[in-house]
Write a protein that binds this ligand. Structure first.
Ligand code: HGY
Ligand code: MN
Ligand code: MN
Length: 417
């Protein structure tokens, strides 16, 4: 019951009545990291954090304390009105797995580590997988520190502020890469439920790009400016939103969403002068992402010309699709099929920290089903028995990876396929 009790405790931190709101370095998100730290201390794990707020809890294997660990984890931040399992399940489930392994008394050839990555959702600072991409060397600390949240606070100020790094936890500048990484996560889609699978063997994670589009029109009096004399930024934005939808529909296996749109000055009797919108574009095929990216920019240029206003498209983030490392996928497959003969190979349309950690270590992912395929909403749910089964599979993968022959830089090598 410990697993479910902890998930329920975390779900109360940032509860909005419609879901959970735990943006990075807000009081609720810091409280979640503090709660995790207290659980890890009580479990006898060694706690450390890095300069961007990633939190590491290690179960040292006496014979291999200095070696690269086998890592698991996910994130504690959420989207606005998010669910109780996206991210939190991988962190709490990882801690549960380490505690079960410690309690078993099994000797370990490698240390094990659970990580709470900082700011995976990008819901406060405009970069997804923020903590794991700094950890993996894909984003420089200074670039992260310069990011500014919509509320005006910079990452650099927030990480040093009252809701930033935890007190009493040693801060290490950077960490050696793990020997391997496995992330446990809810599927966030309908595939597993539709095919009756309780465990998912992730094969790859879709690539994604995020854009910001600024539309500069001309504000004016809604009662006096003739329709033929307007540069209405919201009408332009409306054309572009539908163009984004058309471009994704025309490209198979591709999704594109305008999830955020801000109208200025946003008053009934003023012609909208300025609109800011953000686009989320994804596909398992990076070539398709590039093609849709180009089409969206063309459409924006046409709308700007037709309507006589300015449209600027800025790329905020670009992450190519990531394939799971064959040796890790084999370990995940064995653990999943042993527990669920219906276990299914699945591509993740959702992004995960594993995309970044894959740059420095072999990664694998285990999915459990999302009821109704729903996620990024307050009624995100997974059957308790499936949550337990996922942790069970994670324990098996961690132990198998810890005892796998070590290849190359201490990573789980191809010889372990
Ligand atoms: O957006 C995503 O796919 C992830 O939940 N950050
Ligand atoms: Mn997630
Ligand atoms: Mn998410």
């Amino acid at each position: 019951m410990r697993l479910h009790g902890r998930l329920a405790e975390l779900a109360r931190l940032g509860a909005t009545g419609e879901g959970i709101d735990r943006g990075l370095f807000t009081p609720a998100e810091r409280a979640a990291r503090e709660r995790l730290a207290s659980w890890c201390r009580a479990a006898g794990l060694r706690l450390e954090q890095d300069r961007v707020g990633n939190l590491f809890a290690r179960l040292d294997a006496p014979g291999a304390a200095g070696g690269a660990p086998i890592q698991c984890g996910s994130h504690l931040d959420t989207v606005r009105n998010g669910g109780a399992y996206d991210g939190a399940y991988g962190v709490v489930g990882g801690l549960e797995a380490l505690q079960r392994i410690a309690a078993s008394g099994r000797p370990l050839q490698r240390s094990l580590e659970v990580v709470a990555w900082a700011g995976e959702e990008g819901s406060r600072f405009p970069l997804g997988c923020l903590g794991s991409s700094v950890y993996a060397g894909q984003t420089a600390y200074d670039a992260a520190a310069a990011l500014v949240a919509d509320d005006g606070e910079s990452f650099g100020a927030a990480v040093r502020g009252p809701n930033g790094l935890l007190d009493g936890v040693p801060v290490r500048d950077g960490f050696p890469p793990p020997a391997a990484y496995v992330e446990l996560h809810v599927e966030q889609g309908p595939v597993m439920e539709n095919c009756g699978a309780r465990l998912g063997i992730v094969s790859a994670i879709a690539g994604q790009r995020r854009f910001q589009v600024a539309i500069e029109g001309v504000a004016g009096h809604s009662g006096t400016v003739p329709m033929t004399h307007r540069a209405d930024a919201l009408c332009a934005a409306s054309e572009l939103v539908l163009a984004v939808e058309r471009a994704a529909l025309a490209a198979s296996d591709t999704v594109a969403t305008v999830g955020q749109l801000v109208v200025d000055p946003n008053q009934t009797n003023i012609i909208p002068g300025h609109v800011l919108l953000r686009i989320d574009l994804r596909s398992i095929d990076d070539g398709r992402i590039t093609a849709v990216d180009a089409r969206i920019r063309d459409e924006a240029a046409q709308v700007a010309q037709t309507r006589g206003l300015r449209i600027g498209v800025t790329l905020l983030e670009s992450r190519p699709a990531v394939t799971m490392a064959p040796p890790m996928r084999s370990l995940v497959r064995a653990a999943c099929l042993e527990r669920d003969p219906q276990a299914v190979d699945i591509v993740s349309g959702a992004g995960h920290d594993a995309m970044c950690v894959a740059a420095v270590a072999p990664v694998g992912m285990i999915f459990v089903p999302s009821i109704g395929g729903r996620s990024h909403v307050g009624d995100e749910r997974t059957e308790p028995a499936d949550l337990e089964l996922g942790v069970d599979a994670l324990v098996a993968v961690l132990l198998a990876a810890a005892s796998a022959a070590v290849g190359g830089s201490g990573a789980v090598g191809a010889s372990d396929a």
